[in-house]
Write a protein that binds this ligand. Structure first.
Ligand SMILES: [Zn+2]
Length: 292
């Protein structure tokens, strides 16, 4: 009896120790990391390719300010939801559209072209808690969309395991691969519907919609307001977002206008149509990037 109660005391002491160390751990905030990928075609007001081309004689300098405005709205929303670290990936063209001094100094900006398969998702890893897409556009061939295309003007369709994907679709797969959900998308109405069709009812703001090739949309200030509020809410609700994943092995079908040299292992089905299979999703994206 005596030894038994000593045993009980020992267990209580040990339990207390465990409880104490758990409480100490809980007091240390784990941090909340948010990854924001920003494209240009889906920004408020953008309607023509000259708006988003640094080499065209259009309003690019104006729209890169709008890009910074929508980016900063998303960053602000993330911090209001408790973010402790925000990485912004400039995801358009040369990836040198956001001027570093224009971006909220709390965020870290990843700019410039990167090697490897991740491209618009460069910098993502399993330490992040949520992904946000800003300025996104629908895939090539989408009706009633503004500046719809898939990565380059050369791609007619890019499918993985039979699912035709926009940039936001395969970027969500890259995030899903490391266990991070996409929680929000801003762009035109067409990309919102397309992304929600793949990922489910995630947060989003349609900053504009297509009307016979023209764009009807919110003012940039209103769009930024909606993005800030939407991102904050989506990150707070991130537990509801599901990961976008497909079961491997992966098989891609790529249709292009102009054929590129064959990537190792890629098979040509017919004029402009190719397939490739791999257990590794990133290898699929390597093949896509080489042949798009
Ligand atoms: Zn794009």
């Amino acid at each position: 009896m005596k030894s038994c109660s000593r045993f009980v005391r020992a267990v209580v002491a040990l339990t207390g120790l465990v409880a104490h160390s758990t409480a100490a751990h809980a007091q240390q905030p784990r941090g909340l990391k948010v990854f924001i990928s920003v494209d240009m075609e889906g920004l408020a007001g953008v309607v023509t390719s000259a708006d988003v081309s640094s080499t065209a004689n259009g309003d690019y300098q104006h729209f890169r300010k709008i890009m910074a405005g929508e980016t900063n709205a998303a960053i602000e929303g993330a911090y209001r939801a408790g973010a402790t670290y925000v990485l912004v990936r400039d995801s358009h063209g040369s990836k040198e559209n956001l001027l570093p001094g224009d971006v909220d100094p709390r965020a870290h900006l990843l700019r410039g072209l990167s090697t490897g398969p991740r491209n618009m998702m460069e910098g993502i890893d399993s330490s992040f808690d949520a992904v946000v897409f800003v300025g996104y556009h629908a895939k090539a061939g989408t009706p009633n969309a503004i500046l719809e295309h898939t990565s380059t003007g050369n791609v007619v369709d890019f499918s993985i395991n039979g699912v035709s994907l926009p940039e936001g679709g395969y970027n969500a797969l890259v995030a899903g691969l490391v266990g991070v959900p996409v929680v929000f998308v801003a762009g035109d109405r067409a990309v919102l519907e397309q992304i929600r069709g793949l990922l489910g009812p995630i947060g989003g703001v349609a900053v504009k919609e297509e009307i016979n090739d023209a764009a009807l949309g919110m003012s940039p200030a209103r769009a930024q307001d909606e993005i800030r509020k939407g991102v904050e809410q989506a990150i707070r609700n991130r537990a509801r977002a599901r990961l976008y994943k497909m079961a491997g092995p992966y098989s891609m079908t790529l249709k292009v206008k102009q054929e590129r040299p064959l990537y190792a292992g890629v098979q040509r089905i017919q004029q402009g149509e190719f397939t490739f299979s791999s257990p590794d999703l990133l290898e699929i994206l390597n093949a896509f990037n080489a042949m798009k």
